[in-house]
Write a protein that binds this ligand. Structure first.
Ligand code: FE
Length: 368
C-alpha cells in the first residue's frame, strides 16, 4: 500500500540530491528535481498599497536566518517587515489578540505547528498563482492556508569511526546499539513528527516496540537538543543518534577551533530510511497569511518573495535547509551528505498520529 502511495506521488519526486552514474567512484552530484513540475519564473507584483505599508511577521524562526531574508525582501520591494521573534506561544498570542492582531504573516517550523494554526482558524485562505506554481502540491495546504518554504530531513549522526554506510530508522531499536544511542525528548516536535510517521507506516503496536527498543538503547536521558547528539558522540557518551541535517551543516562549517566545529567534525551523516517506503523523513518550515492581516497584499508579496530564487538560496545557504523551489542549489556541505529520497507519505497524514505519538512517549516513560 505504501509503495502505491509512493508511486501515486511520483510526480513529486523529492530527489534532492542524486547519486550519479559515477557514484561508484564516490562522486556525488546534486540535483534538485521536482519531476513533472514546471519551474515558472517568479514575478513579484506587490500592490502600490502594500509597498507603502509594513508587513508584520510573527515567527518562531531564528533571527539569524530571518533577518537577511527580511532585508533582501525590503531591498527588492520597498516593503518593510516588522518581525516579532517568539521562542514559543505564537499561537496563544495570536489567538488572544483576536481580530485586533497586527500580525500579517505567521511563520513556524514543523507541520504540526502549521496545522495547529490552521485548525485554530488563525490563517486565511489565499490564492496565489506564484505560490501554487512554485511550491509542489504536497508541500502546501489544499485550501491555501499554509505553505512550506523549506524542507528539513531527520538523519543519523554517527561516530565517524563506525563502519556504517546505510541505516533504517527501525535499526535504532536493534540490540546491537544497546547503550549507544543519544536523542532529544520524544515529545519535541521533531521527534513527535518522526514517531507519528512511524505510526503511519507500521501502526501503533509496532511503533511501541520500536520506541521501547530505542529507550533500552539510550546512553543517556532523552533530553537536550539535536546538536547535543554530536557533542555526546565526541564525548564518547554515545555512538549514534537522530538529529536534523541542517544542524550538521551548521556545525561542520562553524569556525575552526570552536566547540560546534569539533562536534561537527566528530560525526558523519547518514540518511536513514523507513524499511517500508525506502524514504527519509522530511519535515517542513512554513507560513501563511494571518486571519486578520491588516496588510494582506503585503503578506502575500512576502510569501511570494520567499519562493523566489534569491530567498530560496538563503534558506539553503544560511540554514542548510532544502529549498522547495526547483533548481535551487543545495549548500555544498549538505550536498556532501549525498542522496536524499524523501518519504512521500503526506505530512497531513502523518500529523493525524501526533496525539498517539505523544501519548505513547508518555506511556513508555521515554523521557524519564
Ligand atoms: Fe531546529
Amino acid at each position: 500500500m505504501f509503495q502505491r502511495f509512493f508511486l501515486s506521488f511520483s510526480h513529486f519526486t523529492c530527489r534532492l540530491a542524486q547519486r550519479s552514474a559515477t557514484a561508484a567512484a564516490g562522486r556525488l552530484v546534486s540535483a534538485v528535481r521536482l519531476v513533472g513540475l514546471t519551474a515558472l519564473a517568479l514575478c513579484l507584483h506587490p500592490t502600490a498599497q502594500a509597498q507603502t505599508q509594513t508587513v508584520n511577521l510573527y515567527t518562531t524562526r531564528e533571527p539569524g536566518l530571518m533577518q537577511p531574508l527580511l532585508d533582501a525582501f525590503t531591498a527588492q520591494t520597498g516593503i518593510k517587515v516588522a518581525a516579532v521573534f517568539l521562542k514559543d506561544g505564537l499561537l496563544e498570542r495570536v489567538k488572544a489578540e483576536g481580530a485586533n492582531s497586527p500580525a500579517d504573516v505567521l511563520m513556524v517550523v514543523d507541520i504540526g505547528n502549521l496545522l495547529d494554526l490552521s485548525e485554530a482558524k488563525l490563517f486565511q485562505n489565499i490564492n496565489s498563482d506564484v505560490l501554487n506554481a512554485t511550491i509542489p502540491a504536497p508541500l502546501r495546504s489544499g485550501d491555501g492556508t499554509w505553505f512550506a518554504f523549506s524542507l528539513r530531513d531527520r538523519v543519523l549522526y554517527a561516530d565517524k569511526s563506525l563502519a556504517l554506510e546505510s541505516f533504517r530508522y527501525e535499526d535504532l531499536a536493534s540490540p546491537a546499539y544497546k547503550g549507544k544511542v543519544c536523542i532529544r525528548s520524544g515529545q519535541h516536535p521533531y521527534n513527535n513528527a518522526l514517531i507519528a510517521s512511524m505510526i503511519a507506516h507500521r501502526g501503533l503496536e509496532q511503533t511501541e516496540q520500536w520506541l521501547r527498543g530505542i529507550k533500552t538503547n539510550l546512553a543517556r536521558k532523552a533530553a537536550g537538543g539535536d546538536r547535543d547528539v554530536a557533542r555526546d558522540i565526541l564525548g564518547g557518551i554515545c555512538d549514534l543518534g537522530l538529529a536534523n541535517a541542517y544542524y550538521a551543516g551548521q556545525m561542520k562549517t562553524a569556525a575552526t577551533g570552536t566547540e560546534a566545529r569539533k562536534w561537527g567534525d566528530a560525526i558523519k551523516v547518514i540518511r536513514p530510511t523507513f524499511a517500508q517506503t525506502g524514504g527519509t523523513f522530511v519535515n517542513i518550515s512554513g507560513a501563511g497569511v494571518a486571519a486578520h492581516a491588516p496588510n494582506k497584499a503585503g503578506a502575500i508579496a512576502f510569501l511570494e518573495y520567499l519562493t523566489s530564487e534569491p530567498a530560496q538560496n538563503l534558506y539553503a545557504r544560511l540554514n542548510f535547509e532544502y529549498p522547495v523551489r526547483s533548481g535551487v542549489a543545495l549548500d555544498p556541505t549538505v550536498e556532501s551528505f549525498g542522496f536524499l529520497t524523501a518519504d512521500l507519505t503526506p505530512l497531513t497524514e502523518i500529523a493525524k498520529h501526533r496525539k498517539e505519538a505523544s501519548l505513547l512517549v508518555d506511556r513508555l516513560g521515554f523521557d524519564r
